[in-house]
Design a protein around this ligand. Structure first.
Ligand code: NDP
Length: 312
């Protein structure tokens, strides 16, 4: 058991590190547990071209190393460890880590992010980065003049399919029903795009690599007839939604039906005083590095003021 901290930060994406930078500079001596994927979702992307301050773009993993360095520079204690148990029913809060440490803290910043949903096919994870991706904006560039499949029928799927037509010669959108869930305007853009072909009532049921270690095709199954067929493909993009990494807080913090933590509008405070949530674990809408960083900054400032108010 360590001495009680002023603040503990869970997660090391743009939200977590930005909260750390601000908390450290406010002399709150923050401790940050990186979680299982240090650097978060940006470490599985390639180039980030929309983060202000990097006019030539920057590789996601490199950017997250810079975030980490900046958080460390002001004295954040960073542990490559994972919070596996929390008790926020009383103060100080306790967090137990996978590494066997028990932290006690007056405040907690939850910035555990979100993870893209996958179909759960046997080959899918091994072919990640070898043709399988859950981020067209990150990886589309690698599919110039190639044939790619996109799975999903929501706004993300339509947006990603449209985006991919900038590079790919053909984009096949695989929709499991006979209708898209996407907003009308996004549907129209996808349906009007001559490079996009929609495959209705179908599921991708296998990713093929014929022992080449990269995607060479997909197996499609018709949801009504059960008919299976194999088609050549260079890439498979999944756009079937994201899942917030909030399982640790289920039943304790208020969440929406999808598990995103609910915060007071315009703030990062949660229903438990002293617990703040920032980044994608509380944002199903923007999900951008820059908005996550902004909310991390908000959380640190709110922590500082909350601690002051407790002292008063
Ligand atoms: P959604 O949950 O809206 O859509 C998920 C889609 O994936 C649905 O079409 C769903 O099918 C399909 N799907 C889910 N699981 C499977 C599966 N196992 N196999 C095949 N298909 C599957 O997620 P999005 O990421 O598209 O959007 C999330 C939120 O972000 C939404 O609120 C959206 O409006 C918003 N957003 C807005 C954008 C914009 O305005 N520019 C861009 C991107 C997202 P089914 O319909 O049958 O359930």
């Amino acid at each position: 058991m360590t001495a009680t901290l002023k603040t503990l930060i869970l997660g090391s994406g743009p939200a977590g590190y930005t909260a750390a930078i601000y908390a450290a500079r406010a002399n709150l001596a923050p401790v940050l547990l990186t979680g299982r994927q240090p650097g978060g979702q940006l470490t599985i992307t390639s180039e980030v071209e929309n983060y202000p301050g990097f006019p030539k773009g920057i590789m996601g993993p490199e950017m997250m190393e810079m975030f980490r360095e900046q958080a460390g520079r002001f004295g954040t204690e960073i542990h490559d460890d994972v919070g596996i148990k929390v008790d926020i029913s009383k103060r100080p809060f306790t967090v137990t880590s996978e590494g066997g440490k028990v932290f006690t803290t007056q405040t907690l910043i939850v910035s555990t992010g979100a993870s893209a949903l996958y179909l759960g096919l046997p080959n899918e994870k091994t072919l990640q980065g070898r043709g399988v991706s859950a981020c067209a904006t990150c990886d589309g560039f690698f599919f110039k003049n190639k044939v790619v499949y996109v799975v999903g029928g929501g706004d993300s799927a339509c947006e990603e399919a449209n985006f991919l037509t900038k590079y790919a010669s053909k984009v096949k959108l695989v929709v499991r029903r006979d209708a898209l869930r996407a907003s009308k305007i996004m549907q129209k853009r996808a349906l009007d795009n001559p490079k996009i072909e929609v495959l209705w009532n179908q599921n991708v049921t296998d990713v093929l690599d014929v022992n080449k270690g990269k995607v060479t095709g997909v197996e499609l199954t018709h949801t009504k007839t059960g008919e299976k067929r194999q088609e050549p493909a260079d890439g498979l993009f999944l756009a079937i939604g994201h899942q917030p990494n909030t399982q640790l807080f289920q039943g304790v913090l208020k969440m929406d039906e999808k598990g995103y933590i609910l915060t007071t509008p315009g703030k990062t405070e949660t229903n438990v005083p002293g617990v703040f949530a920032a980044g994608d674990c509380q944002d199903s809408y923007y999900r951008q590095a820059v908005t996550a960083a902004g909310s991390g900054c908000m959380a640190a400032i709110e922590v500082e003021r909350w601690l002051e108010s407790q002292h008063d």
